[in-house]
Write a protein that binds this ligand. Structure first.
Ligand code: HXH
Length: 331
């Protein structure tokens, strides 16, 4: 590794912490990059409900603990992801012994005991939790997304999740986290949700903007408008899952074996503009986390299009800094 290479976390020390999502596998593959470039880590999957409590009252903390140990040994902060979500949550959570939906009281009890166990285990070691993930409906006029949590408990499942998490670790910062966060319609709904939580005195301390964007959009103007709007709530913002796909979401092509020069140039310009904005909003943004480390592995490989690879990060498949990296650290 080039000794002279700049460091994202050092360059941005006075702005915000810089994070990356890792797994027990990628923390070894990327250890050199992680140690030098990132001061905050998130488990990409290892702290999700289905991973931690695959069966009733049967917890498996082995992978999560491995990541926590790696973070502790290397002096990295950890963001927790995620406690209450409609995905990657096993069906048993919502079912009774006969396979029927459980009652509201029973589901609240299961939610609380999961949150108590997980947040309690890492109390004092995880500085921020994504308490509720993706509860807002995308397109329609509907406010909250249809989910078992909503169906069984009702809209206050969100309040309860935050209250339980706050009881389990009063010092952890509690976040609402969502995607398509720059879309004006969804943005308004996210802001309405957060404002209502604040008005009811629910312990929410920040908003997580996933930022799964691509080289075609959202535009810098749309991103700035969103940052302004979210900042007006007076809560800190975390950019929780940043990546910049080189494809439009719906692009079906699977024959691109390496990113074209045009793609990489567009990505460099986009990253440059996005980080200019992040720097301009440093008073509101406390953390910027990438949803991965380097282009040899990303959740966007094969998603949402099977057979389509992607190259969304600042480091290439050989873990070398891309042009986008040099622009992001040059200001
Ligand atoms: C995030 N969801 C999650 O927060 C994170 O935990 C996970 O590791 C990766 C991304 C982003 C997302 C949400 C909805 C979505 C796609 C991505 O919707 C679709 C699902 C299937 C097909 C098309 C869209």
């Amino acid at each position: 590794m080039n000794e002279q290479l700049a460091s994202l976390m050092d360059t941005y020390r006075d702005h915000f912490s810089i994070g990356a999502a890792i797994s027990t596998r990628t923390m070894d593959v990327y250890s050199d990059l992680i140690l030098k470039q990132f001061d905050s880590l998130t488990a990409e999957n290892e702290m999700k409900f289905a991973e931690l409590q695959p069966e009733p009252s049967h917890y498996d903390f082995s992978k999560a603990d491995t990541i926590m140990g790696f973070a502790r040994e290397n002096g990295k902060k950890v963001r927790g992801h995620t406690l209450v979500w409609h995905n990657q949550t096993t069906n048993w959570v919502f079912a009774d012994a006969e396979g029927e939906l459980v009652t509201r009281e029973e589901l609240l009890e299961r939610m609380q005991s999961h949150i108590e166990t997980v947040v309690g285990r890492y109390r004092g070691q995880i500085y921020a939790w994504d308490v509720v993930n993706e509860a807002i409906e995308d397109h329609s006029e509907t406010f909250l997304r249809q989910s078992k949590w909503l169906q069984i408990i009702g809209p206050d499942f969100i309040d309860k999740a935050f209250e339980y998490a706050h009881l389990a670790d009063p010092d952890a910062l509690l976040f609402y986290n969502d995607y398509n966060e720059t879309n004006p319609t969804k943005r308004k709904k996210i802001i309405r949700l957060v404002r209502e939580l604040q008005d009811r005195g629910v312990p929410i301390h920040g908003i997580g903007l996933q930022a799964h964007w691509n080289i075609y959009g959202p535009s810098l103007a749309e991103i700035e408008e969103a940052l302004q709007d979210y900042a007006s709530l007076g809560l800190p913002l975390h950019i929780t899952e940043l990546d910049l796909s080189v494809f439009r979401f719906e692009d079906r092509c699977t024959d691109v074996k390496e990113p074209s020069l045009a793609m990489l140039e567009a990505q460099t310009e986009a990253y440059d503009g996005i980080f200019q904005l992040f720097r301009a909003y440093r008073a509101h943004i406390d953390n910027v986390t990438f949803w991965g480390v380097a282009d040899d592995y990303t959740w966007l490989d094969d998603f949402p299009v099977r057979g389509r690879k992607n190259w969304p990060f600042l480091f290439d498949e050989q873990h070398k800094p891309k042009e986008s990296f040099f622009r992001v650290v040059d200001f």
